[in-house]
Ligand binder design. Structure first.
Ligand code: HEM
Length: 367
């Protein structure tokens, strides 16, 4: 029998004393297990804390390395990609690993919320970067980041030895779910579908992207549509925050937790994205066209600040599909339909669209 520090209850304690009296090896085993659990909890939080420096390393891997050797280019791109996505990937891994329907410890619930923040490191760090720049304290952005993450790491370290608690019960929140679903449908059909098609059009070249965007602006920048669009974004952020908070406070399985965590990412992304488009760019009189999105002629990998926008955009598009897939799964399950195909399809289509939308921003396109 293995005794985990994360699931110690009074009855387990007595058992552990009895067992340890029988065999010192079991005590060593339990201690090693406790350390392993603690390391598993803290590693993703550390990755989150180190996110700005991981981005710097990613930039260093691709910066000013003019080489015609294709294999070296690919190797450098892979290293940069691994560094940029390490933190959100670790958050996703911990969040899924901790999720379990039935009952979770309070410590596990708290740790899963922290893992969700690690997953959402890209929009959080981008938002801090933009706000720090607007406030004239851009050079302190890494210090601000650390000030947020050090307490989180301390909480993660302190959460592994708490008692098992029953899953807190919450009402179904039907009206919030309906409002969130209707808002999503309107936003997807009225704007996001067109917006992503616009970014995929960038694969044909910057000129195509610009032409499509100028045509679409007649629709989404009109005096009626733009306020409605912003109102819908606000509705999604507020209703999504209420729902995500409810689900992340309960012992739910990995699929449900994934829905809440990707929703948290998208909510933070929307706040950050709209802040960049409407506050940062408009305050500077900058046109928010293809050159704004791609950081100018050099693309997002051509500037140390802009590198953060690669995971920020890539995961927004990927998680949009995963989030929609997770929502559809709940609906299909309620109607007794098979869903085994759904999440692999959502991940695959999301990854393909994400790649197609981000490659032009790295200036990898047809013309
Ligand atoms: C590759 C990913 C993305 C990039 C590069 C990108 C870039 C941009 C740019 C440049 C604009 C300004 C458009 C203009 O001036 O006409 C914009 C606006 C906007 N984006 Fe995105 N976006 C991306 C993904 C998303 C996603 C996934 C969402 C929603 C979840 C979203 C929501 C919005 C909204 C609501 C606006 C405001 C539209 C307006 O001007 O009224 N974007 N985006």
């Amino acid at each position: 029998m293995r005794i985990h520090a994360g699931s110690v209850t009074p009855s387990h304690c007595c058992e552990s004393i009895a067992l340890s009296a029988q065999s010192p090896l079991l005590l060593v085993d339990a201690a090693r297990d406790a350390w392993r659990r603690r390391a598993i909890a803290v590693a993703p939080v550390l990755a989150g804390g180190l996110y700005p420096w991981l981005l710097q390393l990613a930039y260093a891997a691709v910066d000013r390395h003019e080489t015609s050797d294709l294999s070296e280019k690919v190797a450098r791109a892979l290293v940069a990609g691994a560094l940029m996505f390490a933190a959100p990937g670790a958050g996703l891994w911990l969040m899924s690993r901790l999720s379990r329907a039935g009952s979770m410890t309070l410590g596990e619930l708290r740790l899963r919320s922290i893992a969700t923040l690690v997953l959402a490191a890209p929009p959080l760090f981008t938002l801090i970067g933009v706000e720090a720049w607007l406030s004239g304290i851009a050079r302190f952005e890494n210090a601000i980041w650390l000030a947020i993450w050090l307490p989180l790491a301390a909480v993660a370290l302190g959460t592994t030895a708490e008692r098992v608690t029953p899953a807190p019960r919450r009402p179904q929140a039907t009206s919030w779910r309906i409002a969130h679903g209707v808002g999503a449908l309107l936003l997807l059909t009225g704007f996001i579908g067109l917006h992503l098609a616009n970014h995929l059009g960038g694969l044909a070249g910057a000129e195509t992207h610009l032409r499509v965007m100028h045509a679409l602006r007649h629709w989404y920048r009109s005096t009626v549509v733009e306020p409605a669009l912003l109102g819908l974004c606000l509705l999604q952020v507020v209703t999504g925050a209420v729902l995500a908070r409810r689900w992340l406070a309960r012992a739910v399985d990995a699929a449900r937790a994934l829905q809440a965590a990707t929703g948290t990412y998208l909510g933070l992304y929307l706040v950050c994205h709209l802040n960049s488009v409407f506050v940062y760019a408009r305050a500077n009189g900058t046109d928010t066209d293809f050159w704004f999105a791609s950081g100018g002629r050099a693309g997002l990998l051509g500037d140390a600040w802009d590198v953060r926008l690669v995971p920020h955009y890539a995961l927004a598009v990927l998680f949009l599909f995963v989030h929609l897939g997770a929502g559809l799964r709940v609906v299909l399950l309620a109607h007794g339909r098979k869903t085994g195909w759904l999440m692999p399809a959502a991940w695959s289509v999301g990854a393909a669209v994400s790649l197609g939308a981000v490659l032009p921003l790295l200036r990898i396109h047809a013309s």
